[in-house]
Write a protein that binds this ligand. Structure first.
Ligand SMILES: Nc1ncnc2c1ncn2[C@@H]1O[C@H](COP(=O)(O)OP(=O)(O)OP(=O)(O)O)[C@@H](O)[C@H]1O
Length: 826
């Protein structure tokens, strides 16, 4: 197993870059002596301020710095501060360099808010050949294939070269690193061996870029958010890794070169690239591209939806523009001379490139996707989806963290160090919690809000991006504690789980077109297969197994066609529901004067619609699940292709479902809720009315019952009266005959005329009708018979009949039943 330690290659780099991308040249006197930090630095002057090793130099290095009176050296380990060189001017309170540079005026020339995105697109034709010449190789495009597979953070360790005795044994071939046993505190146990994705040594930045960054740059070009950051103690080589120098350009310049190379190799798409550069200094975010008087950048939004504002974004169309932007930002960075690093980054710096792309096409006659011609949302895409071409957006963030450090001999540096350490500590805690949550399937609170750095990184750390972390190590014996702590951080971040997804503005037209094309192709294939299957000689040639395979393939083709047709139908339903305004009808447009019944019908129809679409989604999902599994012996590339295809389908389905939910589901739900609310109000009113009516009906029934009872009573009484009259008539008839017998006097005419038929059937007025009444009132009978008829004249039967009457009717005084004319029928 090959063993290489940092010592084996020896330090090669001596000076900070004079600028990015400038042609390689031997280090100049100017750069080796470096301008005094207090001098007014232009962007390139700032870059020319050299960062020097304080350790002993390699022979190669020595020859290059002969002009220096004191040879630069690797910085000693923290904790062993060296005495400041009195000849070197003191860093004046970490000023923003370049504050007064001459570029203030032309800073906003390519500001994204001032240019028409359509005018500044980059495509394979506009990429300058010089921008991609040199180190871009074919492997880059192989990296694209691997870019989308990893759901873990890529963690690499880079050991800085040192001439001092090293405490670590780095095995690059085994990707492991361990402390030499003589430096291990516990002599009884063996020092632990740390394993990572990559262990890198030496000063070659190209191999570092290829190993730790290329895949992530490719992923960003392919639509995934990607973050690459360097973490490590001060002076361990973070800035060297990210920015590099003339001879060894770091990750940022190499990444930008690859971005243009990617565009050159992708003739089907056009790109809008915008860069921003910012730093977090003492827990305040500064825009490095804005004038120093500009207000601090604020973190807006919450959770995973965080964006920065106000933030200057410069559109870049060539490497020359990128170079200018980086130089400007670099010049404005806060660096200062510390006990360990002559140009120590006193802030976390973030270089961001927003990559937007869409398929190329004629923009003149294209249909503007409805709803996308609005002003861009903060943090959202700028490129419009034209002619049914979706826009893919991703962000590539390249972060140079400030280095963790112990207290220094300078008060101001110590204060900065506290902020730096606090935010790095928070980053450590966040990573530890995320790792713990991922490994134990927990959901503990992650303290993102405890620092600006972690809040800004929240969307990426919570799984939204591909992440690569390069942990830089100072291998010196004096830095063992810090290096161990860096390795432990690296170990924790390895466990963080990612789930980055492509960001694409869904364009239904584009999807539909894609589906239609695929259906066409599939139909052609199916037709060919059917033709083949019908050929009789073929039938004979094929084995049973082959025939089975053949018919399965045809079934699969049919299923896919069906699935795509369903997708088209679903999309069209979504589109139709958009209406003219590309949005579903607002609930306010519903006619609320409809009857509750109509509303109910409407509601039912809406529910049925939702249900049928839900079924459609389920059917699509089932069809997707039922897709053929790969035979175990399928070639690897075929598996990859099918896997890629399947994940594309899933993404498309997700987009359609999301589109459906966004465009149809939510408004329909809102409509349903509104209708339900309205309808239940009306229902409640109706119910109240019904209750009132029921009460009224009960009241009526009760009154009716009462009336019925009263009528019944009266009827009984009438019958009793009729019986009484009949009896009376017969009595009077008997009496008159006996009287005439006795005295030959004729009976009174009036009494003789009385008959039952002349009695009223129902007597409305209360009748007084008892014997006592008859007796007490001067009744007609008494008038007529003038004492000739007394109580004794009624037999016992008649008296009993009157007594049993349910309600003894009263004959009004002076209006006896026989004499009350108003009661007599006409
Ligand atoms: N791999 C390397 N090969 C050669 N020189 C290196 C390497 N790594 C770092 N250096 C040199 O070491 C010095 C300190 O490195 P650098 O400034 O990158 O450290 P840093 O981690 O960014 O420090 P700080 O956190 O203080 O900003 C620089 O002069 C740099 O050129």
């Amino acid at each position: 197993m090959a063993t290489s330690s940092s010592n084996s290659q020896g330090p090669k780099r001596l000076l900070r870059p004079t600028s990015f991308f400038t042609p390689r040249r031997s280090l100049s006197t100017a750069s080796s002596t470096g301008p005094p930090r207090s001098s007014t630095p232009g962007p390139l002057n700032a870059l020319a301020s050299a960062k020097k090793f304080k350790a002993a130099l390699s022979s190669e290095a020595r020859t290059r710095t002969t002009v220096k009176t004191k040879p630069p050296a690797f910085p000693p380990a923290p904790g062993t501060p060296t005495k400041r060189d009195p000849s070197r001017p003191r860093t004046p309170g970490t000023p923003r360099q370049g504050d007064d540079d001459a570029h203030q005026d032309d800073r906003s020339e390519m500001d994204v808010s001032r240019v028409d995105p359509e005018e500044v697109l980059v495509d394979w034709e506009t990429v300058e050949p010089a921008d991609i010449s040199g180190e871009v190789d074919e492997n880059f495009f192989r990296a694209v294939e691997n870019a989308n597979k990893d759901d873990k953070v890529l963690v690499s360790i880079r050991v800085r070269p040192s001439e001092s005795p090293t405490a670590w044994e780095a095995q690059t071939s085994a990707n492991s690193i361990k402390l030499l046993s003589q430096h291990h505190r516990n002599a009884a146990t063996a020092p632990p061996v740390f394993h990572f994705d990559e262990i890198l040594t030496g000063s070659d930045n190209k191999s570092v870029y290829n190993a730790v960054a290329r895949n992530h740059v490719c992923a960003a070009m392919d639509g995934y958010n990607s973050v690459i950051f360097a973490y490590g103690q001060t002076a361990s080589g973070k800035t060297f890794t990210l920015s590099g120098d003339d001879e060894q350009p770091g990750i940022i310049p190499r990444a930008m070169k690859d971005v243009f190379a990617f565009i050159k190799r992708t003739p089907a798409r056009e790109y809008l690239l915008r860069c921003s550069y910012l730093e977090i200094y003492n827990e305040t975010i500064y825009d490095l591209l804005a004038p120093s008087s500009a207000p601090a950048v604020q973190l807006q939004g919450t959770g995973a939806n965080v964006w920065l504002a106000p933030l200057r974004e410069e559109v870049v169309t060539s490497l020359a523009r990128v170079r200018a932007v980086i130089s400007r930002g670099w010049a404005a960075r806060r660096t200062a001379s510390t006990d360990w690093n002559d140009r120590s980054s006193r802030s976390h710096s973030v270089f961001r490139v927003v990559i937007e792309s869409r398929e190329r096409g004629d923009t003149s006659g294209g249909r503007q996707t409805p709803g996308l011609s609005r002003p861009p949302t903060p943090g959202g895409p700028r490129l419009q989806s034209i002619g049914g071409r979706s826009v893919q957006t991703s962000v590539l963030s390249l972060i140079d963290l400030a280095g963790s450090e112990k207290a220094t001999s300078d008060k101001e540096r110590t204060r900065e160090g506290k902020f730096i350490n606090t935010s790095l500590l928070t980053l450590g805690t966040v990573i530890a919690t995320l790792a713990e949550n991922a490994s134990k399937a927990k959901n503990d609170h992650v303290p993102y809000r405890n620092s600006k750095l972690t809040r800004m990184l929240q969307p990426s750390l919570s799984g939204d991006a591909r992440i690569s972390v390069i942990c830089t190590l100072n291998p010196d014996v004096g830095a063992v504690a810090e290096s161990t702590s860096t390795l432990l951080f690296a170990q924790r971040i390895k466990k963080v789980q990612l789930n980055a997804k492509k960001k694409e503005v869904v364009d239904t037209d584009a999807l539909l077109e894609r589906y239609r094309q695929e259906i066409e192709e599939l139909k052609n294939r199916l037709a060919e297969k059917e033709k083949e299957a019908e050929a009789p000689e073929k039938h004979r040639r094929l084995s049973a197994r082959e025939q089975l395979d053949e018919s399965k393939a045809m079934r699969d083709l049919n299923a896919r066609i069906k699935q795509l047709t369903n997708l088209i139908l679903t999309s069209q339903t979504v589109d139709e529901n958009r209406g003219d305004d590309s949005r579903p009808a607002s609930p306010s447009k519903i006619d609320f004067d409809m009857t509750p019944y109509q509303l109910q019908q409407e509601l039912l129809a809406a529910r049925r619609e939702i249900e049928s679409q839900g079924t459609q989604i389920l059917a699509l999902e089932a069809a997707l699940l039922a897709r053929p599994e790969l035979p175990p012996d399928a070639p690897e590339n075929e598996k990859d292709r099918l896997l890629g295809e399947q994940s594309r389908n899933i993404r498309e389905l997700e987009m359609v479902v999301k589109g459906y939910e966004d465009n149809l589901g939510a408004p329909l739900r809102a409509v349903r809720e509104d209708v339900e609310r309205e309808w239940s109000g009306r229902l409640a009113a109706e119910e109240a009315k019904r209750k009132e009516a029921e009460e009224w009906a009960t009241e009526l029934t009760r009154a009716l019952e009462k009336e019925k009872k009263a009528r019944q009573q009266l009827e009984d009484e009438r019958r009793a009266l009729a019986a009484f009259v009949t009896k009376f008539d017969s009595l009077t008839a008997g009496l008159s005959s006996s009287l005439s017998d006795l005295s030959n006097t004729p009976p009174p005419a009036r009494v003789s005329k009385l008959s039952v038929a002349r009695l009223p059937p129902i007597v409305e007025s209360p009748l007084r009708m008892d014997l006592g009444g008859l007796r007490a009132e001067p009744s007609l009978l008494e008038e007529q018979w003038d004492g000739g008829l007394d109580d004794e004249s009624f037999d016992a039967e008649t008296r009993a009949m009157f007594a049993s009457s349910p309600k003894r009717a009263q004959i009004p005084a002076g209006k006896g039943v026989l004499g009350g004319k108003e009661n007599m029928p006409a």
